[in-house]
Design a protein around this ligand. Structure first.
Ligand SMILES: [Zn+2]
Ligand SMILES: [Zn+2]
Length: 89
């Protein structure tokens, strides 16, 4: 599993890249507490509206299908591949 480190908000979940249901946008999302970040530089998390977690850019859900965790290729395309702390193929 690819992730960007442990979530500072809950201390348990992993920060992972999530594609919204329109599959046009990516957001960093904690897989435990749903804290979100727009960039890896952001320290303070954003909390999207429960329960659907609408994408701030288009309003498509970040939890309903076809939203999904981003692939390693997509993470690399965004230039964040070097920030991953755990990798698997
Ligand atoms: Zn968290
Ligand atoms: Zn979106």
């Amino acid at each position: 599993m690819e992730h960007f480190g442990i979530c500072a908000a809950c201390g348990q979940g992993a920060k992972r890249l999530r594609a919204c249901a329109s599959e046009r946008h990516f957001l960093i999302l904690c897989d435990e507490c749903d804290a979100a970040w727009f960039t890896l530089e952001d320290e303070a998390p954003t909390y999207l509206k429960q329960p659907d977690l609408p994408c701030p850019a288009c309003g498509a859900s970040l939890v309903q299908p076809p939203s999904r965790w981003a692939t390693l290729d997509e993470i690399r395309q965004l230039g964040w591949g070097d920030d991953l702390v755990s990798k698997s193929e």
